[in-house]
Design a protein around this ligand. Structure first.
Ligand code: ATP
Length: 420
């Protein structure tokens, strides 16, 4: 854990995340992912998809359009109610206004949806950039049932962009205007006792996932009835200790039959040969907030060889690069040739072993290269030296300890492959 400015600087320096539209002075609430940030984000999304969709037998994927018929947002309640109180002065932040009535003011409500129009004519249809991915799953509930005939309980999962015209975007990726969500709408039978069981299973699954992505701790906050969204009968916010304080990372809500009833959708129950309206449990993850949490917990400073060093202690399966291959000296062709040979062979095999990228680096002295890879979070650095030419062994240096060991080239893959 470190302060936010240090993280923002490292993310930019090492090609993870850049401020959006930076050369034109930026655009508040937008962030661009560079080569390594994108790799980290893809690794996170792939792991989430594996754990919550492909490893299970009761999940169906979806990739719905971002633009939806405006009726969706009228029926869901977003046109009417998805708003924040507008500050009187631009310096006032949203968090200061959680309870405007208590300040004796009636504040104007500002709808957080980005409104747009579809088509060129004057009477063009209104639409919105979706503020959540959830509605895509409800709108495709019937399609999913018709295509796959899933028995209850089952879920629909989606990863995709969401947009909110946040009044005060801030805290790096934490509150952006364009961000990504990973959401599940999980449909259960309305009979007594069903949702509670599933809610608890997801609560535990969220904790297991937090652990797997290297988060030290997430804290359950049972949201009080007075603070819950109108559709929810139980909500847990999973909070994380960000550099700027303990804040919501993910959410888990019991949405009852609110959504399917609103969209007038139901389900034919084979057992009772009758129509029922399933109830919904919704685990909701913000991708970018999760990236920020991962970076916050992975950021580590220690001392190595009498010097301060910074490294990202990322779980290997999230790290943008699994191993970096170095020839000890750039100006010795025999070392470079051997290093390139090992690099290319590992790169080819990495795909079948589910490894992340293998990179080649001959730029600067070895110390500098180690430092660069440490800051990216690369678990292993492999150096090819003169001894390699004699006995076909290399040194493998572990990121967290800095310890080096000699490994035969034939055993390299086994050494660096993910054992989890
Ligand atoms: P907050 O109270 O912080 O505005 P929320 O309760 O409105 O969040 P949800 O509507 O539950 O958030 O959205 C689900 C998840 O999407 C959140 O837990 C968070 O991870 C992510 N998220 C929501 N808004 C933003 C945003 N502006 N920027 C980045 N991520 C966001």
């Amino acid at each position: 854990m470190t302060n936010l400015d240090t993280l923002v600087a490292l993310a930019k320096r090492r090609g993870f995340i850049y401020p959006g539209s930076e050369i034109y002075g930026g655009l508040a609430g937008t962030w661009d992912y560079g080569h390594y940030g994108l790799a980290l984000k893809n690794n996170l999304k792939n792991l989430w998809w594996k754990r919550f969709v492909t490893d299970r037998e009761d999940m169906y994927g979806l990739d719905a359009a971002i633009l939806m018929n405006e009726r969706v947002w009228q029926v869901s309640g977003h046109v009417e109610g998805f708003s924040d109180p507008l500050p009187q002065k631009s310096s006032e932040l949203r968090s200061d206004l959680k309870n405007p009535e208590s300040q004796g003011q009636t504040l104007k409500q500002f709808n957080l949806m980005f409104r747009t129009q579809i088509g060129a004519t004057d009477d063009a249809q209104v639409s919105y950039l979706r503020p959540e991915t959830a509605q895509g799953m409800f709108v495709n509930f019937k399609n999913t049932v018709d295509s796959f005939h899933p028995p209850l309980p089952f879920g629909i999962a989606q990863i995709g962009k969401a947009f909110r015209n946040e009044i005060a975007p801030r805290d790096f990726l934490f509150r952006a205007r364009e961000f990504e969500q990973m959401e599940i709408e999980y449909f259960v039978h309305p009979q007594v006792g069903q949702w509670e069981k599933v809610f608890e299973q997801f609560r535990l699954a969220l904790h297991a996932f937090a652990k797997e992505i290297g988060l030290k701790e997430i804290h359950d906050l049972e949201v009080l009835a007075t603070d819950r969204a109108h559709y929810s009968q139980r909500t847990i916010d999973f909070e994380f200790d960000f550099p700027f304080g303990r804040k919501e990372l993910w959410g888990l809500a019991y949405r009852t039959d609110y959504d399917l009833t609103a969209h007038q959708l139901d389900y034919h129950d084979e057992a009772t040969k009758s129509k029922i309206v399933p109830h919904v449990i919704e685990p909701s993850f913000g991708v970018d907030r999760t990236i920020l949490a991962i970076l916050s917990d992975a950021y580590t400073e220690d001392e190595m060889g009498g010097e301060k060093r910074v490294y990202l202690k990322l779980p290997p399966r999230l790290a943008p690069v699994t191993a970096a291959i170095f020839p000890l000296l750039k100006n010795k062709p025999e070392l470079v040739t051997k290093a390139l040979e090992i690099y290319r062979s590992l790169k080819l095999q990495a795909i079948s072993y589910n490894l992340q990228a293998i990179v080649f680096d001959d730029n600067g002295n070895i110390g500098k290269r180690y430092r660069r890879q440490d800051e990216i979070g690369t678990p292993y650095c492999v150096t090819i030296d003169f001894q390699t030419l004699d006995d076909n062994t290399v040194t493998v240096r572990a990121r967290d300890t800095g310890e080096q060991e000699r490994v035969a080239v034939g055993e390299l893959l086994d050494k660096i492959k993910d054992k989890t």
